[in-house]
Design a protein around this ligand. Structure first.
Ligand SMILES: [Zn+2]
Ligand SMILES: [Zn+2]
Length: 336
């Protein structure tokens, strides 16, 4: 079969033997769609120490079950499934408490430490945990982002209360998913913040207000919109000063949810914010919502179809990587 690995600062397609069942909890998936994620570029740029050299990339994919190990009970051959970007056992302390991102036997494995979904076939460990059945009326395209960016967006928004004014910093794929989920969870007003006007324009499908901090005073504008500051702030940008912006635009007693990844340490000036009584939440997604999100898509309550900018046949994966690296588009889909 064919698969994609990093090569000389880019990618190349290689031939590899079809994956086989190793553990009884494994399943083999025939991939029908996969996506390219910014994290794949972090790997290509040698910025992911966890990555095992020559592992096939891809942690966003959907497909059809073609084989199951003897202890797989929820899935059968022929099932259409969406993959969770996190591999988790379902039994350890963290899994039992819903903190699957910290599973002692898993984590970001697919497309990082074991062969991922930018291939014709992929072996998924703990298949009953890491694969979710796609409802009949949901297409592969519509289910593709459930296990990674939509889960991250929902993770960041889970906690919004009815009537909240929500500010989202960063209008990339995760930021947009957060805005959509904020709407679904009952936000009264959504404010999108980004330094790219085209992204802000696109964000207007979910946002009542848009702010470009390069052309206006963000704190002043937030003040005009909300009086006391945002009730709930989602930081999905990971820029040089976006963490600082996040706590500054939050009203006293607000929640600041940091779902962004930083390349440098950030400063939390507790002496200045003493008395503001903020609640901070941070970290990588606990993608435990996949079934629920698939159900919401099936019911037409949410949809990530708007994120698909371009589709390429899998044979043209190198063109797809080139296109995605221009950073002018949201998501590129590989079709098999
Ligand atoms: Zn990703
Ligand atoms: Zn676990």
């Amino acid at each position: 079969m064919k698969g994609v690995i990093p090569y000389n600062g880019f990618v190349k397609v290689i031939e590899r033997q079809n994956p086989e069942i190793i553990e009884s909890s494994d399943a083999i998936i025939r991939v029908t769609r996969s996506a390219i994620c910014t994290s794949d570029f972090h790997i290509i740029n040698n910025a992911v120490p966890r990555y095992v050299p020559d592992t096939i990339l891809g942690h966003e994919f959907v497909g059809e079950v073609v084989e199951t190990g003897s202890s797989v009970s929820k899935l059968k051959v022929g099932d259409r499934v969406a993959a969770n970007c996190i591999t988790f056992c379902g039994e350890c302390y963290f899994c039992r408490h819903g903190f699957i991102n910290n599973c002692i036997k898993g984590g970001w494995e697919l497309g990082c430490r074991i062969d991922g979904g930018q291939a014709e076939y992929v072996r998924v460990p703990y298949a009953d945990m890491g694969l979710n059945k796609i409802p009949d009326n949901v297409s592969f395209d519509s289910a593709l982002f459930v296990g990674d960016i939509l889960s991250s967006g929902y993770f960041a928004a889970d906690g919004i209360k009815n009537g909240d004014t929500v500010a989202v910093i960063g209008a990339g794929p995760v930021g947009l998913c957060s805005m959509m989920c904020a709407r679904y969870l009952g936000a009264k007003k959504v404010i999108a913040i980004d330094i790219d006007n085209a992204r802000l324009e696109f964000a207007k499908q979910f946002a009542d207000y848009t702010i470009n901090p390069q052309s206006e005073n963000i704190e002043q504008t937030i003040h005009e919109i909300t009086k006391y500051g945002a009730d709930y702030v989602i930081e999905a940008a990971g820029g040089n000063d976006t963490f600082e912006t996040a706590w500054k635009i939050a009203r006293a007693n607000a929640v600041v949810f940091v779902v962004a990844m930083y390349e440098t340490p950030q400063i939390l000036p507790l002496n200045i914010m003493y008395g503001k009584n903020l609640t901070f939440k941070t970290g990588g997604v606990d993608a435990v919502y996949c079934d629920k999100l698939l159900q919401l898509i099936s019911e037409g309550k949410i949809s990530t179809d708007f994120l698909i900018s371009k589709t390429f046949p899998f044979e043209r994966v190198e063109d797809a990587y080139r296109e995605f690296s221009k950073k002018e588009i949201y998501k590129v889909v590989l079709e098999y």
